[in-house]
Design a protein around this ligand. Structure first.
Ligand code: FAD
Length: 450
């Protein structure tokens, strides 16, 4: 399996840069912990050194990207490792449109670095602050039926396993590890390098329009077919929808800074935060708030380079659960969500985001072997997420729903193993890569049934 191993210097973890802070929290603030230390290796030797030291002293490691997951993936009282010092492009083949990047590279930096070289990622999600390893490690996705989630852009990666072995794999060499590792929740080892399939840089014309739920469901197939990227937001308790289309264009950049500031900062963040605060104070106001948000949907059009169009500003904190369901069930599930929220009077005043993604072959991908719809449910971070999330999760499970790995859910090995055909193969790879359980934490033990 191994194509490259290196000698480990006989030193302790203290030679690796360590943060003075011993507290850690994710972006939403719903996951917190007090690790023994947060370490910042600068190269693969230091990564290997950290892993072997942890293994020899029965400690655990959770590797963090930007801490933007809502699930308890990083929570540990042992060691956290961040690859923030391992960032940037290592190697670029412009002709083949392939780049190898350090796994700690943030998507925003990557977008600009690639743009300087006339290249871009084919698709992205709606923020760009994640690290490339963190985003791909949970199957982060955007929207568009021609595209799989971000992990499907990976053509090779290098991983340091729980035994300190450095393994390079591609679809053709170490293919099982490749298919398991592209979405592996940091459970197989620390990925240090990722090779990505790219394309020539391109501009997108983004258009936002108002619509209604029934009109959207009636024409869903057409919207997905006729647009490169189509998604929509639905305001609960209303029939109101915001459509968001992006299509390639050769027209010049048109992205007015003042309009952008008004839409992104004032409307989508400041006004929205104000409404969320009202919703927290006045518990019975949630239906009215949804109706107000529904009327605030802005019709918009802009043109810019792709990496600048995908990314949105998210200043209002929230908690999120997101489910993947087979595309064919989407209209029925959407109608049932509408009915469920009204029937149970769930106190929610955050839009539901619906996106569409091509199926893939990565073992733990929620889109494994099925074209999919993703439905994302949010609540303001200061308001309770249950019973809303509990009821939604039950509904999603009726349709063979698979949770987004970076979002909140209550699933465990017992019911996950039935929806992932390659579940047992993944567990076998996990055991061989991490026989001592260095990368396990309580959350992963529950998810994997260890
Ligand atoms: C505001 C907001 C918007 C979001 N938008 C979207 C969206 O549009 N689409 C979507 O699908 N998701 C979205 N997400 C979810 C987010 O993309 C995922 O949770 C993603 O995993 C976060 O990336 P990160 O770099 O913060 O990783 P972290 O949350 O820090 O880590 C995620 C996982 O990756 C593992 N990992 C990190 N680095 C490595 C490494 N070097 N080697 C091995 N494993 C590693 C970690 O151990 C962990 O299991 C959003 C989240 C937020 C908060």
């Amino acid at each position: 399996m191994s194509i490259k191993t290196i000698n480990v210097p006989n030193t302790t973890t203290t030679s690796v840069e360590k943060s003075t802070s011993n507290t850690w929290s994710n972006w939403a603030g719903n996951v917190q912990c007090s690790p023994e230390g947060i370490f910042y290796p600068k190269n693969e030797e230091e990564v290997q050194q950290l892993i072997l030291t942890a293994a020899n002293s029965a400690k655990h490691i959770r590797v963090v990207g930007s801490g933007h997951s809502f699930s308890k993936l990083i929570q540990t009282d042992s060691l956290i490792v961040s690859l923030d010092r391992m960032s940037g492009i290592i190697d670029l083949d412009k002709k083949q449109k392939i780049a190898t990047v350090w796994a700690g590279t943030k998507l925003k930096d990557l977008g600009e670095l690639l743009f300087e070289q006339g290249l871009a990622q084919e698709n992205l999600g709606d923020i760009d602050v994640q690290s490339i390893a963190g985003a791909t490690g949970t199957g982060t996705h955007g929207t568009g039926m021609q595209f799989g989630n971000l992990s499907t852009q990976i053509t090779a990666f290098t991983i340091v396993t729980g035994t300190g072995e450095i393994i390079h794999c591609t679809k053709d060499s170490n293919s099982d590890l490749f298919n398991a590792g592209c979405i592996s929740l940091g459970a197989l080892g620390i990925i240090t390098r990722i090779q990505l399939r790219l394309r020539t840089s391109y501009k997108l014309e983004y258009v936002s329009k108002k619509s209604t739920l029934e009109a959207t469901l009636a024409d869903l197939e057409k919207y997905n077919r006729e647009n490169r990227n189509f998604e929509f937001y639905w305001m609960p308790y209303t029939n109101k929808i915001q459509h968001r289309f992006s299509n390639e264009t050769d027209e010049p950049v048109k992205d007015n800074k003042i309009k952008k500031y008004f839409n992104q900062v004032i409307l989508e963040n400041t006004t929205f935060k104000f409404l969320c605060t009202i919703g927290t104070w006045f518990k019975s106001s949630f239906i009215r708030i949804n109706k107000i948000i529904g009327t605030l949907v802005n019709e918009d059009r802009k043109i810019n380079y792709s990496h600048r169009v995908y990314a949105s500003l998210r200043r209002v904190k929230f908690k999120e659960m997101e489910y993947n369901i087979p595309l064919k069930h989407f209209p029925e599930v959407m109608r049932r969500v509408d009915a469920l929220v009204r029937q149970e009077k769930h106190r929610v005043f955050f839009p539901v985001e619906c996106r569409f993604v091509k199926g893939d072959d990565l073992w733990l991908s929620p889109a494994y072997q099925r074209d999919s719809a993703y439905m994302a449910f949010h609540v303001y971070y200061k308001t309770p997420h249950n019973p809303y999330f509990t009821d939604i999760e039950k509904l999603m499970m009726e349709y063979d729903g698979r949770p987004h790995w970076g979002k909140m859910h209550t699933r465990t090995a017992k019911n996950l193993c039935t929806t992932y055909p390659k579940w047992d193969d993944f567990q076998a790879i996990r055991k061989s890569c991490d026989p001592h359980g260095v990368f396990l934490n309580p959350y992963l033990k529950q998810v994997f049934g260890v």
